[in-house]
Write a protein that binds this ligand. Structure first.
Ligand SMILES: C[S@@+](CC[C@H](N)C(=O)[O-])C[C@H]1O[C@@H](n2cnc3c(N)ncnc32)[C@H](O)[C@@H]1O
Length: 266
């Protein structure tokens, strides 16, 4: 059994605890402070590594366990067609696993198999049924196509279940501002693409508005805003002409944001 610990809202949470003995060795999981006193001198296995004592794996006062090597850090990128958000992790040598049903039916997150433990999760479930930009059709859709909302909620639930099952060190779920909060509660923060535009290859490309919500246990990315404050293209996403590709273009993660997120979550 691997160690399990989580960093919720920036705080290391020592909950339920603890290791049991596995093959004669203590396996660290969440520790309460009282349990910590009991086990700190015992040999432990942490992220697959053996340490002579729990204290040497987590020196006192240290708020994080030692990180596993980059190539062992599995990142699940759920509902990721373009790969923009996960690309910085690929470039840095992480073990990135992308899932998007448009690319391959085998990548359906409702049916795919996932590892038992992962390092990070980026989830970008479809927003069509939740985004406030579609609010004027909610009543009509509820009357004529209620299954659309049921399916959309099922995908969000699948993301949350995968997060629960794979115990990531951090996770993030993204959706444009809308009614998803009715299902998973208020988000932790919102951002506009232009707020990170200076990290993009071409800052002007990311210089647009699309208020986006983030849930999760990640570290907040540092802003690098475009000097024109609300952007040179403002609402360009809302003005895209109808086309087969419009939905994919609208939902592509902005590159500057993806880079800022990576810098804060490694
Ligand atoms: C809001 S978009 C996110 C796009 C993402 N920001 C990007 O840059 O590619 C939602 C994505 O979820 C994918 N999707 C929908 N149902 C899925 C499923 N059951 N399993 C995996 N992916 C799914 C869609 O194909 C779509 O690309």
């Amino acid at each position: 059994m691997a160690n399990q610990y989580s960093n919720l809202d920036g705080k290391l949470i020592f909950t339920a605890y603890f290791g049991g003995v596995s093959q004669g060795r203590i396996v660290l999981m969440h520790v309460s402070e009282r349990e910590w006193e009991r086990v700190k001198s015992e040999p432990v296995v942490c992220d697959g590594y053996e340490y002579p004592s729990a204290e040497s794996a987590r020196p006192s006062g240290q708020r994080r366990w030692p990180l596993p090597p980059v190539e062992s850090r599995i990142i699940l990128s759920l509902c990721d067609l373009t790969g923009t958000w996960s690309q910085p992790y690929v470039d840095a040598g992480y073990d990135v696993r992308r899932y998007d049903i448009q690319r391959d039916p085998a990548e359906n997150i409702l049916t795919a198999e996932f590892p038992g433990k992962v390092y990070g999760i980026i989830a970008q479930p479809p927003c069509t049924q939740f985004a406030v930009s579609g609010a004027r059709w909610w009543a009509q859709k509820a009357a004529t196509q209620p299954e659309l909302l049921v399916e959309a909620v099922a995908l969000v639930e699948a993301c949350m279940r995968i997060i629960e099952d794979t115990q990531p060190e951090w996770w993030v779920l993204e959706n444009p501002v809308g009614r998803l909060r009715d299902w998973i509660g208020p988000c932790r923060e919102t951002f506009q693409p232009w707020e990170f535009a200076m990290l993009a290859d071409d800052p002007d490309v990311d210089s647009y508005t699309k208020r986006t919500c983030l849930w999760g246990t990640y570290t907040s990315p540092e802003r690098a805003p475009h000097p024109l404050a609300d952007g040179v293209h403002k609402g360009k996403m809302h003005m895209l002409p109808p086309s087969k590709e419009r939905a994919n273009l609208r939902s592509q993660t902005p590159q500057g944001f993806a880079r800022a997120f990576f810098k804060a979550n490694q």
